[in-house]
Design a protein around this ligand. Structure first.
Ligand code: FAD
Length: 290
C-alpha cells in the first residue's frame, strides 16, 4: 500500500458499504484519494498479484465470508462538472441521484430515466443500469478508465459493447463518465424525475435494505410478475424476504445473512421454473466467499 494517500482499512466489514446491509469483511478496503491514487493502487495490486474488486454497493450480495484481496470504494471520487455542449463529467464514485440533481439544477435533460437508481456512476456504467425509460448506454458519451496497468484510458461510448445490464469492458476501474445530455426546461425535467420517483416509491420497498431487482426480466415478461403469479411474495428464509410490495425485490428484515438470501433465491427460481417453466437469471451480483 506504499504511497497511497487514501484510507486503507484491514479486515473491514462490508455490510455498511452495501444497500442490502449484508456482507463479510474485505481483507483490505481502500478508498483512494483521487485518480492518481487509483492508478497507484491498480499498479501495486497487479505487481503483487492481489485481486481487486470495486464496490459501489447497490447491486451486490456480498457473501458472509467476505472478499479476499483488495476492495476499492470510490467514495472520494465524486466530483461532477459541466462541460460545453450539455455534457456532464461525473467521477466514478459520484452517486447517480446526485448527478441527476446536478443536471436538473442546470436544466439538462436526458438522465431522467435513471431517477431512483441509487448506484454510483461507475457501477451504473458497468451494469448498463436502466429502467423502462432508458438505460446508461443512451446517455454515455465517453468513459475514463484506469487499466490494471495503472494507466488512464479514455474510450468513446461507440467503443463499448453494451448489453442488457452489462457493458463489456476490459478489467478496469471506471474513474469517470462523460454524459451527453441536452438543454431542456428545468420545470419539465424536474417533473419527469419527480413523477418517476413517486412511481418507484409507490411500487418498490424503498424503506427496507435491498439490492434492487434480483432477477433480469425474461424476454417479453417481467420477473416481478412471474414471482407474484407463482405466489411467492412474502416468502422468507431467516430475515430475507421476497418483498410483499414487489416480487423482484428481496429485502433484509434486519439480520439476514447472505446465506439466507441465496437459499431464498434458490427457492424462488425453482418454484418459478416449476410453475411457469421460466428460468430466471440473476441481475444481482453475488460475490465473495461463503
Ligand atoms: C432500491 C434500488 C433500486 C434499484 N433500481 C435499479 C433500476 O431501476 N435499474 C437498474 O439497472 N438497477 C437498479 N438498482 C441496482 C443498482 O443500483 C444498479 O445496478 C447500479 O448500476 C449498481 O451501481 P453500484 O455503484 O452500486 O455498483 P455495484 O452494485 O457495487 O457493482 C456492480 C458491478 O460493477 C462493478 N463496479 C462498480 N463500480 C465500478 C467502477 N467504478 N469501476 C469498475 N467496476 C465497478 C462492481 O465490481 C460490480 O461488478 C437498484 C438498486 C436498489 C437498491
Amino acid at each position: 500500500m506504499a504511497g497511497l494517500r487514501g484510507a486503507v482499512t484491514f479486515n473491514a466489514p462490508l455490510g455498511p458499504y452495501t444497500s442490502f446491509r449484508i456482507g463479510g469483511p474485505a481483507d483490505v478496503l481502500v478508498e483512494p484519494a483521487d485518480v492518481d491514487d487509483v492508478c497507484r493502487l491498480a499498479t501495486q495490486a497487479r505487481v503483487r498479484r492481489i485481486p481487486l474488486f470495486v464496490v459501489g454497493g447497490t447491486n451486490l450480495l456480498i457473501r458472509d465470508g467476505g472478499i479476499r484481496g483488495i476492495v476499492v470504494s470510490l467514495s472520494n471520487l465524486r466530483a461532477i462538472r459541466e462541460e460545453p455542449g450539455a455534457v456532464l463529467y461525473a467521477e466514478g464514485g459520484a452517486g447517480m441521484p446526485t448527478v441527476i440533481g446536478y443536471a436538473v439544477r442546470r436544466a439538462l435533460a436526458g438522465l431522467e430515466w435513471a431517477a431512483g437508481i441509487p448506484g454510483t456512476v461507475g457501477g451504473c456504467l458497468v451494469m448498463n443500469a436502466g429502467t423502462r425509460l432508458g438505460e446508461m448506454k443512451d446517455s454515455v458519451k465517453a468513459v475514463r478508465l484506469v487499466t490494471m496497468k495503472g494507466e488512464i484510458a479514455d474510450l468513446p461510448a461507440s467503443a463499448i459493447p453494451f448489453e442488457y445490464r452489462r457493458a463489456r469492458l476490459p478489467k478496469c476501474i471506471v474513474a469517470g463518465v462523460w454524459l451527453q445530455l441536452r438543454q431542456g426546461v428545468r420545470a419539465e425535467v424536474e417533473k419527469v424525475v419527480k413523477d418517476y420517483l413517486r412511481y418507484r416509491k409507490d411500487t418498490q420497498p424503498l424503506t427496507m435494505p435491498s439490492a434492487g431487482c434480483v432477477f433480469k426480466n425474461p424476454p417479453n415478461d417481467s420477473a416481478g410478475r412471474l414471482v407474484e403469479a407463482t405466489g411467492l411474495k412474502g416468502l422468507r428464509v431467516g430475515d430475507a424476504e421476497v418483498s410483499p410490495k414487489h416480487g423482484n425485490f428481496i429485502v433484509n428484515r434486519g439480520r439476514a445473512r447472505a446465506e439466507d438470501v441465496i437459499a431464498l433465491i434458490g427457492k424462488v427460481r425453482r418454484a418459478v421454473k416449476r410453475k411457469a417453466g421460466v428460468r430466471l437469471d440473476l441481475e444481482l451480483k453475488i460475490v465473495g466467499e461463503a
